[in-house]
Design a binder for this molecule. Structure first.
Ligand SMILES: NC(=O)c1ccc[n+]([C@@H]2O[C@H](COP(=O)([O-])OP(=O)(O)OC[C@H]3O[C@@H](n4cnc5c(N)ncnc54)[C@H](O)[C@@H]3O)[C@@H](O)[C@H]2O)c1
Length: 386
């Protein structure tokens, strides 16, 4: 590519070149006509080299500090193991780069709010990898709510469940070696629930109070890095009741053991005029479906997902990680290049974490808990946006 060709594109550098980068992030950059994939970086050189070749990155690094020092990189994508997200994102912000980070930014809300504030102060944009906000069906449902097609919203139900960990011999990755053995270890509500509460908050507005119950159903299971089945009380299922600030009622379920395929997200919204059900479950080669019913035609009918909501070159047969991530990354790149409104930021990640923490506390205390006030914060005071 010529120098002038590169200048009109957005330079991206990705840190963490393994499974999820290959399935979701890198296909999205490769498909965007205004992205210059400058570099990929991994601590494991063969992983970095393999994905550099597969997706045509121009450079390869094995130390993130070199990638952050590269002036051609304007957006940093943090797709590493979860415990590194916050530190790498803060380093990218300090280097003046826009940042896309995989979820969760951190497993505590306070440092996530602080990272959002640091990005605003530095004038860079952030996006958190809440994959399902970028489902075409979910975006269509969101538009129905915004346009008033569903009327006043009464009930919002959200599920993220599949049977990934029903088999005790399917190794669980998300358990630290020093995890406590004497109490319930929040798991599905952290891994799946963070997506789900973000979706419900995006669709129905702020949470005002929650009540919840959490349980371990599979008492012994294999854990990555440990020999034999381990007796660890991993939380396999959470149910929460939600009061929204708008007055709407919510109900959510996260589960590692409910029979069904990936990703297993279903959102139902019931309003005074209409209702919609978005089902993001890969079945028989189709990624998702959307249904609608109205007050005077109460039988739900399948609705065609508008083609404009599908990223160019995809269909509903495209594997869901690529379908949703192509949309997510297209939105982020276009937001930056057009200096458009921000969406799905680090602050949204922090708000989601605060809700997850409150759900866990409500279970532990066996009572309704009001949401604590969120720290003040707003959108980035960007210097020039691009
Ligand atoms: N949004 C979603 O729907 C979704 C789905 C799957 C995974 N994820 C998240 O994506 C992230 C990546 O998932 P994965 O399965 O590919 O993880 P993984 O552990 O297989 O790969 C992470 C890679 O990051 C590299 N790495 C770690 N620290 C590094 C550093 N400081 N510098 C350079 N490289 C570093 C590791 O060497 C490894 O190759 C995880 O946080 C995971 O939770 C999100």
């Amino acid at each position: 590519m010529s120098e002038s060709g590169r200048m009109s594109k957005l330079g991206v550098g990705l840190i963490g070149a393994n499974r999820w980068a290959r399935a979701a992030h890198l296909p999205a950059y490769a498909a965007h006509e205004r992205v210059d994939l400058v570099a990929v970086c991994d601590l494991v050189p063969e992983r970095a080299r393999a994905l550099q070749t597969e997706f045509g990155a121009r450079k390869v690094y094995f130390d993130h500090r070199e990638l952050l020092a590269d002036p051609e990189v304007r957006v940093v994508d943090v797709c590493t193991s979860t415990h590194t997200h916050l530190e790498l994102s803060l380093a990218a912000i300090a280097a003046g780069k826009h940042v896309l980070c995989e979820k969760p930014l951190h497993t505590a809300a306070e440092p996530a709010f602080a990272a959002a504030a640091a990005a605003a102060a530095r004038g860079v944009r952030t996006k958190l990898g809440f994959t399902f906000r970028y489902s075409p069906a979910i975006r269509q449902l969101k538009d129905w709510i915004e346009s008033g097609r569903l009327g006043e919203i009464f009930h919002v139900h959200g599920f993220e469940q599949n049977s990934q960990f029903l088999d005790p011999d399917f190794p669980l990755r998300q358990v630290a070696p020093d995890a406590p053995r004497d109490r319930l270890l929040p798991a599905s509500i952290v891994g799946y629930g963070s997506h789900l509460v973000d979706l419900l908050r995006w669709l129905a507005g702020d949470f005002s109070a929650v009540a919840a119950t959490m349980r371990n159903f599979v008492p012994e299971r294999q854990v990555v890095g440990m020999q034999g089945r381990q007796r660890i009380a991993v939380e396999d299922g959470t149910v929460a009741l939600v009061e929204f600030a708008s007055g709407a009622q919510g109900l959510l379920q996260s589960s590692y053991i409910a029979i069904g395929n990936y990703p297993g997200v279903e959102i139902r919204v019931y309003g005074s005029k209409g209702a919609g059900i978005a089902r993001l479950i890969s079945e028989f080669g189709v990624a998702e479906s959307l249904k609608f019913a109205s007050a005077d035609a109460v039988e739900f009918r399948e609705v065609a997902i508008e083609p404009v909501r599908l990223p160019p070159g995809t269909t509903l047969a495209t594997p869901w990680p690529e379908l949703y991530y192509r949309n997510l990354i297209r939105h982020f790149v276009d937001e930056i290049l057009a200096d458009g409104p921000e969406e799905c930021t680090f602050r949204d990640g922090a708000m989601s974490q605060q809700i997850v923490d409150t759900i866990i506390a409500a279970h532990a205390e066996r009572r309704w808990l009001d949401m604590p006030p969120a720290p003040p914060g707003g959108t980035a005071a960007r210097a020039g946006g691009r």
